[in-house]
Design a protein around this ligand. Structure first.
Ligand code: NAP
Length: 353
């Protein structure tokens, strides 16, 4: 086992925050994951699985336990099945998500092109049912394998068993910290053209590219991927060491999804401001960025060493601050949004106490 002691978590997280971890163990296979879990048990320490480090905030005091680092170099994927219409691939959990999307696009496999430029690992995508510009991982998800941290048994979960919802799954709710995901199986199409649903993406593509419905699938996927990355870059949502706005966890708050009664109450409160909303089934999504901007905050708002990105209201950025300051800023924003609209914003990253 590759074990490091007192290792700074700030160097393993995209927001660059967090004190030292007592132990870091790099795991490159399910057997090593089990070994690392046993190591933490023997030492009577808690453990935490870390991959891309793009959706987690560790405390300034660090983590008095074992970090299982799944940022593996072991072989990326296995083709389980394919025919002329589709391909089913099993991808290791620790693989970089965007490298996999790039591979899929270059090979003409569709279904995840709108999920380009998202930081983090393949194994993290089902946990919060990652989605963007109208695509969600659940739409191409077949199954995953995971290790039960109590019994060390390997278990498989189908799409239905994962209980996917908007940015949710069982692994974020009832089974939080109960499993370590080791691989994910996805079914991608070899024939379906990308579905460009969101006006922001449609507009970018029509104004900046030569997208043509008669293009080959590979060409169309390439254009969609490049366009999504460009849109995300403009919002500083693609990790770039030269852009200080990307020292963040991406979106810090989830967009509230309201049932009919809560939505009507919200409208009653906010009608003069003409709030945007998007119907999703029988519920309504309210953009968290709009709520924040209408509660007295703005892009570039600073709070000690942290602040709101100058390019995206939903991203909280660490300039040279601390986790304590970040949490204070998040609570300030949540408090003001609640005071003004009666809505509770939920942080998207995992905040470790
Ligand atoms: P945005 O595009 O400004 O959108 C803000 C909100 O409006 C989102 O809730 C989005 O829904 C909704 N929305 C916008 N246009 C819509 C349409 N035509 N139909 C239905 N809903 C619409 O958000 P952003 O922060 O810049 O993020 C861009 C995309 O990346 C969004 O799709 C966002 O959800 C996604 N994203 C995902 C994650 C994640 O999975 N953890 C993190 C960051 C950003 P949706 O959320 O359903 O798209």
């Amino acid at each position: 086992m590759n074990i490091k002691e007192n290792y700074p978590l700030s160097s393993l997280t995209t927001i660059g925050l967090g004190g030292p971890a007592k132990y870091i163990i790099e795991c490159e296979s399910p057997a090593e994951i089990k070994e690392a879990i046993n190591f933490s048990r023997e030492k009577n320490l808690k453990f935490y699985v870390l991959s891309g480090g793009s959706n987690v905030v560790f405390p300034d005091k660090g983590f008095d336990g074992v970090i299982l680092l799944l940022r593996n170099k072991f072989q990326a994927f296995e083709v389980l099945e394919q025919d002329s219409d589709s391909i089913i691939l099993k991808i290791n959990a620790g693989e970089n998500w965007d490298s996999f999307v790039k591979f899929a696009v270059e090979n003409g496999y569709s279904g995840i092109e709108c999920l380009s430029g998202i930081p983090g690992s393949v194994g993290a995508t089902p946990v919060q049912n990652v989605g963007a510009y109208g695509q969600e991982i659940k739409d191409v998800f077949v199954s995953l394998n995971a290790i039960d941290v109590n019994t060390l048994e390997e278990k498989s979960f189908s799409n239905e068993e994962c209980k996917f919802d908007y940015r949710q799954s069982r692994f974020k709710k009832e089974d939080k910290e109960k499993y370590v995901i080791t691989d994910v199986t996805l079914k991608l199409s070899k024939t379906e053209s990308p579905k460009i649903k969101y006006p922001e993406l449609q507009k970018y593509i029509s104004e900046n590219t030569k997208y043509d419905s008669t293009d080959s699938l590979k060409e169309k996927l390439k254009i969609v991927r490049e366009s999504v990355i460009e849109i995300r870059k403009r919002k500083s949502m693609v990790i770039d060491i030269h852009d200080p706005n990307t020292r963040s966890c991406g979106s810090f708050f989830m967009n509230p999804v309201l049932d009919e009664i809560s939505y009507q109450n919200f409208l009653e409160n906010a009608k003069e401001l003409n709030p945007p909303s998007y119907k999703s089934g029988d519920r309504y999504k309210i953009p968290a960025a709009w709520l924040i901007e209408n509660s007295g905050f703005y892009k570039g708002y600073k709070y000690m060493g942290v602040g709101i990105s100058t390019n995206h209201t939903l991203a909280l950025v660490n300039y040279n601050g601390t986790t304590t300051q970040l949490i204070e800023l998040a609570n300030l924003i949540r408090g003001k949004v609640f005071e003004k609209f009666g809505l509770k914003l939920t942080p998207e990253p995992e905040i470790i106490a």
